[in-house]
Each structure stands twice: as structure tokens, then as C-alpha cells.
Design a protein around this ligand. Structure first.
Ligand code: LMR
Length: 397
């Protein structure tokens, strides 16, 4: 039965990981896959996570299933982390959620629910967006449309064109996928005023926002980064939020995330919640326990939560510091070129703004790895490789 199958290339981000590992160049620099790295290039387990793991090891009493929606405490704490404790939708029982394997599992489950409601429904995605958004939604059966987002010439968000496209081309009931903060791949985020305008537009046109929040805390702060989610939730009646704990809890390989649905009323929320459990039962049946237990332990303990908040701030501050250093080094090394936009962007990623041939040369001649679009993971830079990186970029320019 397998003879007819074609061999297909790996996802570009995943294949870059493999290529980097195999590279023998002692100066190699990994600016590819989006994982946080410390000054010495490690992606360590957070101290708050280590403590939570110790607690879990001592206290876990059973390995029995945890049930369809996943860890209930995790669900409740994550809803509040995203929406704030006072959000009226919580008190009105308009929120349903389910634990899912990472941000991807959450996105895919949302896609499946949308397709169950209306097969082939249109979802609007930013141009550009994270490459994996396309199969996550497309393979669930949704039709993908694009709105303009990043202006590569001016390194800025094309907000007017984005609104115009949604205003003129999207129809009531269409879903709009939005990066809640720290846009992947461009790092250019909407400001608060733009979020407000967009929320009004979605409300007026009856569009359903689907926010992907994979980097909460990596932009301006844990609460600040929810501005888009909270503004949308305060404005529209129905929306989705997919949340990943991979980056801000450093739980990448534990695959832990949450899909939240906000419905117009409590019936809509209850029905959505039941459908999500039913969909998940047909895919992974019941979710794994470990990641959710760690997040719940951290968020429910004042001490651990504080420690975790400090760790998120440390990661954010380091990335922002690297952004400033990269601008200074690149501007100096590449006399005449202006990279100052990198400092104005948020989260782990920015486009360097170079072409695919230059990206290939950086990989082949210098062992510097980034996605073909010239997306760099800023967190992969450090004092040891910053000069080499800037000088190598200057050489290929
Ligand atoms: C990335 O964009 O590099 C990360 O979100 C990891 C991934 O799965 O692609």
C-alpha cells in the first residue's frame, strides 16, 4: 500500500534543525527553530519548572487518565492568565477550553471544530504567517485566504491594507487568524490602538477572530501581551484563542497548550466544549498529564508563580537586549544599511531582510542557519557569536 507514496521534504524549520546538528563547523550559529537560548546557547529547564517537577514526583498519586478536557485546574488558571480574572465572559460561563498537545494541537483542534461547523469555511491569515498555520488549518478542510500584513520595504505592519482587505473581501462568519503578540515570522506587532480598530472591524463585519498566542510574556510583559486577546474578547461575541506553553514555560517537548472558545452565550460555550472533547477523543483520546500539572503547580503557588514571572522577564529582557546589540553590530558592520527596525519588533523573530541566496550563503559559507525567508531567532545570538554573525551578514550583502 505504500508504493504509491511520494517522499516529501520535511517542513523547512524542522529540516533546518537537522542540518544544523549535522554541521561540523565549530563556528556554526543556530538562528533557525524558535526556541529560547541562554547566553551559552542552552535551552534550559526553568527553575520554577524543576521545582514543580520535584513536587509532582513527590505527590503524584496515580497515573490513571485525566479525562477529556485535561487538567481542570490548568484549564481554569490558563483562562485567567489569558483573559484576566475579571473578564465578564468567565462569570457568564461563555468560555470553554480544552488542554491540547502544544499550540499546534490547540490550533488544529480549533480548525477541526470550525470545519465541523461549516466545512471549507474561510480562514484569513496574515501574509506572511508561520508556515505551519497553512497545513494546520488547510488539512482540516478550511479554505485559506490572506490579508496583507508585513511591508518588507518599510519593515512595518501594513495595517491600512490589512483592514481594507478584511473590510472589502472577508464575509460575515469568516475566521481571521491573528498573532496575539510577537508575530511569527516578522516580529512586527499591532499596537493597542490598532487592536482596538481591528476588534471594532471584526465586530461590525461579524468576523470571528482566532488568536494564536504562543509567546505570551516575550513581547512587552505577561499582561501587556494579552492586550489583543482581551480587547477582542471585550468587543466580539465569539472567538478562539490557542495558547502554547512551549516558550514561556520552556515546556517545548512536553507539548502543552490550551484551546479556548468564547461563545455568545453559555449554551454555545457548553456545546463547543462538548464538541472539542468529542473531536479530541477521535484524535488523541485523552491528553498527557505532565506539562499541564507543571503549569498548574506553578500558577497556583504564589512563590512559584513569582519565580516563573521573573524567569519570563529574564528571557524577554535578554532578547530585547540582543535586539539592540544586533542593530548596533549590523549597522556598524554593514555600513549604510539600517537594521534599526529589529529593535522595534517583538518576541523571538525578525526578518533580516536579505534574499534566499544570501541566506544560503550564510549557511554554506559561514554555518549561520536561518529560515529561507531570512527569519532569525534573535535568542540564538550571544556575545560569542554576535560579531561573527554581523560580519558574515556584511560579507554576503
Ligand atoms: C518556530 O516557528 O520555529 C517554532 O514555533 C517551532 C516550530 O514548530 O516551528
Amino acid at each position: 500500500m505504500f508504493e504509491s507514496l511520494e517522499i516529501i521534504p520535511q517542513d523547512p524549520i524542522l529540516s533546518l534543525m537537522g542540518e544544523f546538528l549535522a554541521d561540523q563547523n565549530p563556528n556554526k550559529v543556530d538562528l533557525g527553530v524558535g526556541v529560547y537560548k541562554t547566553e551559552d546557547g542552552q535551552t534550559p529547564v526553568l527553575a520554577s519548572v524543576k521545582t514543580a517537577e520535584q513536587y509532582r514526583w513527590q505527590n503524584e498519586a496515580s497515573k490513571s487518565y485525566i479525562g477529556g478536557p485535561g487538567n481542570i485546574e490548568f484549564n481554569q488558571l490558563m483562562r485567567v492568565l489569558a483573559l484576566g480574572a475579571e473578564h465578564p465572559a468567565l462569570a457568564q460561563n461563555r468560555v470553554a477550553s480544552i488542554q491540547a498537545p502544544g499550540g499546534c494541537g490547540s490550533l488544529r483542534l480549533g480548525a477541526e471544530l470550525i470545519n465541523r461547523i461549516e466545512p471549507g469555511k474561510t480562514i484569513w491569515m496574515s501574509k506572511p504567517t508561520w508556515a505551519n498555520h497553512v497545513p494546520l488549518f488547510g488539512e482540516a478542510g478550511l479554505s485559506i485566504a490572506e490579508y496583507p500584513y508585513y511591508d518588507r520595504e518599510n519593515c512595518a505592519v501594513r495595517f491600512a491594507q490589512m483592514c481594507q482587505t478584511l473590510e472589502q473581501q472577508a464575509k460575515a462568519g469568516d475566521v481571521v487568524l491573528l498573532h496575539a503578540c510577537c508575530h511569527n515570522p516578522c516580529g512586527a506587532d499591532l499596537n493597542n490602538e490598532q487592536w482596538q480598530t481591528l476588534a471594532e472591524l471584526c465586530k461590525a463585519k461579524g468576523l470571528v477572530p482566532f488568536l494564536d498566542m504562543a509567546y505570551q510574556g516575550f513581547g512587552s510583559g505577561l499582561a501587556e501581551d494579552t492586550f489583543g486577546v482581551r480587547t477582542m474578547a471585550a468587543t466580539v461575541d465569539e472567538m478562539f484563542v490557542a495558547i502554547s506553553c512551549s516558550k514561556n514555560f520552556g515546556l517545548y517537548r512536553e507539548r502543552i497548550g490550551l484551546l479556548m472558545v468564547i461563545a455568545a452565550d453559555s449554551h454555545g460555550a457548553e456545546a463547543s466544549g462538548s464538541q472539542l472533547i468529542n473531536l479530541a477523543r477521535g484524535i488523541w483520546s485523552m491528553p498527557p498529564a505532565h506539562g499541564a500539572a507543571l503549569v498548574a503547580t506553578i500558577l497556583s503557588s504564589d512563590e512559584l508563580r513569582q519565580q516563573w514571572q521573573g524567569e519570563v522577564k529574564e528571557m524577554r529582557d535578554r532578547i530585547n537586549g540582543l535586539r539592540s546589540q544586533a542593530v548596533a553590530k549590523l549597522n556598524k558592520a554593514c555600513g549604510g544599511a539600517d537594521f534599526s527596525f529589529i529593535e522595534k519588533e517583538f518576541g523571538m523573530f525578525s526578518f533580516l531582510g536579505i534574499g534566499p541566496e544570501q541566506v544560503q550563503r550564510l549557511k554554506q559559507e559561514f554555518g549561520i542557519y536561518m529560515v529561507n525567508s531570512s527569519r532569525i531567532n534573535v535568542a540564538g545570538l550571544n556575545a560569542g557569536n554576535m560579531d561573527y554573525f554581523a560580519e558574515s551578514v556584511a560579507k554576503v550583502l
